[in-house]
Design a protein. Structure first.
Length: 79
C-alpha cells in the first residue's frame, strides 16, 4: 500500500474515532451525573478514552504517511 493510500485511510478514520471518542466521553459523564454505579461509568469512560486516543494516534500516523508521501512519492516540481 502506498503512503498516499495509507494517508487517505488513516486521516478520516482518525477523525471519526476522535468524534466517536469525544461523544463517548460525554456519554460516560452523563452516566456519572445520573448516579449510575461507579464501575459502569468508569468502564464507559475508560473505553471512551481508548477510542479517543486511538483516533489521535491514527491522525498522527496519517501525518507521518503524508510527509512520507511528499518526500518519497510525490514528483519533484519541474520534473
Amino acid at each position: 500500500m502506498t503512503h498516499k493510500k495509507k494517508w487517505l485511510l488513516f486521516a478520516p478514520a482518525g477523525l471519526v474515532a476522535i468524534g466517536a471518542g469525544a461523544s463517548m466521553v460525554h456519554w460516560a459523564g452523563a452516566l456519572k451525573d445520573r448516579r449510575v454505579p461507579a464501575p459502569q461509568w468508569v468502564a464507559a469512560g475508560t473505553a471512551a478514552l481508548v477510542v479517543l486516543n486511538a483516533g489521535v494516534s491514527l491522525v498522527g500516523r496519517s501525518v507521518v504517511e503524508k510527509v512520507l508521501h511528499e518526500v518519497r512519492e510525490k514528483p519533484a516540481p519541474g520534473a
